[in-house]
Design a protein around this ligand. Sequence first.
Ligand SMILES: *[C@@H]1O[C@H](CO)[C@@H](O)[C@H](O)[C@H]1NC(C)=O
Ligand SMILES: *[C@@H]1O[C@H](CO)[C@@H](O)[C@H](O)[C@H]1NC(C)=O
Ligand SMILES: *[C@@H]1O[C@H](CO)[C@@H](O)[C@H](O)[C@H]1NC(C)=O
Ligand SMILES: *[C@@H]1O[C@H](CO)[C@@H](O)[C@H](O)[C@H]1NC(C)=O
Ligand SMILES: CC(=O)N[C@H]1CO[C@H](CO)[C@@H](O)[C@@H]1O
Length: 365
Amino acid sequence: MGAHRLLLCLVTCMQVLVGTVAAGPRPPAMYVFGSSIVDVGNNNYLPGAAVGRANRPFNGIDFQGSIPTGRFSNGYNTADYVAKNMGFVYSPPAYLSLVPSSLSGPLVFTALSSGVNYASGGAGILNSTNAGNTIPLSKQLQNFGATRAKMVAAVGAVAVDNQLSRSIFLVNIGNNDFYVFAAAERTRNRSDEDQRRDAVALYANLISNYSASITEMYSMGARKFAIINVWQLGCVPAMRALTPTGACSDLLNELAAGFNDSVQSLLASLAGKLPGLVYSLADFYSFTHDVLANPGASGFTDIAHACCGGRCTTNSTLCVDRDRHVFWDGVHPSQRTAFLAAQAFYDGAAKYTTPINFKKLAQSS
Ligand SMILES: *[C@@H]1O[C@H](CO)[C@@H](O)[C@H](O)[C@H]1NC(C)=O
Ligand SMILES: *[C@@H]1O[C@H](CO)[C@@H](O)[C@H](O)[C@H]1NC(C)=O
Ligand SMILES: *[C@@H]1O[C@H](CO)[C@@H](O)[C@H](O)[C@H]1NC(C)=O
Ligand SMILES: *[C@@H]1O[C@H](CO)[C@@H](O)[C@H](O)[C@H]1NC(C)=O
Ligand SMILES: CC(=O)N[C@H]1CO[C@H](CO)[C@@H](O)[C@@H]1O
């Protein structure tokens, strides 16, 4: 009885809150899906020694209070800055920080008032990517579906559909599918030519599963998609370390670019098929290309080394100026890079978003 009352109160108070906020420019909520680039702590709750977690220093050294939250960053990450640009405080909280709970109140309240972040470090579009040590995109969608059912139980389907149709669905995924693919190809000693051939099958699986996932989100009420493509995967420190001279892997960059082209076609095609779907596709690839080609313009002095080492721990030797490093660790952007990328996607140069920027997406009715 007490719990039920509390839930009712939370829901009522929240409706007041949402009603008030809806008058402003901020979308009602944001739901985040993807990999470690946008994870804000889900992996802290996954069991097993092989799970990648950013729950210890020096991760979080520039976060408020210098606490490691599970973000793979010295501070805030790309989801935080996208959210902040759209009028939220930072990214909504990690789903697994809201469940399990004997009360569905905290999850429902958060889902209705600001949104939830389902992203997980190591996650792929494919279930097989880092299987067992991450929450794959398919499972992230199931977690969203479970959230949605609780929202509907609390405030009814009409209110939930109304809210979801005006909320932002931020997705950044695909990087890990390529890292896993590249590692397998290396193990098999495949030539560049063979890898290009193998990638054709990978693209087909990725795009069909990505298409199914976006369509599934749509069927659950999502309408506004902010999709971030994969960045220059071949230039992250962990991939540079595998080339004889420490240069970028041109092949991996080529494969990433090819995937991005397919994602662009996919979204255009889905928008033609699914009434009311609007999207902004952010070109993280060309953003990183431009930053790495002219780092000084963005205030960077190091584009090749991880500020906190390949795997960031308390034993790492930190770089001197974290804001001057593009990369925080072997595969993640520094806080500064995340900040600049989110700005570019929100209302930066037109070339970084197709067909509209995140600002127009957030403010579209
Ligand atoms: C992926 O895993 C989900 C469960 O998380 C399952 O429902 C789905 O069928 C799987 N998809 C494929 C293509 O294996
Ligand atoms: C990998 O392939 C190259 C060229 O095809 C060959 O020279 C090399 O010996 C192979 N390495 C291994 C470990 O099989
Ligand atoms: C998804 O990828 C798997 C391979 O991982 C493949 O078997 C499946 O056909 C793909 N497509 C869909 C729609 O699930
Ligand atoms: C740091 O180094 C110490 C001493 O070599 C080692 O015992 C400890 O496990 C290391 N910690 C981490 C997080 O790697
Ligand atoms: C290098 C390259 O082809 N990049 C493409 C990746 O996909 C985006 C669409 O999001 C294209 O605009 C880029 O040209």
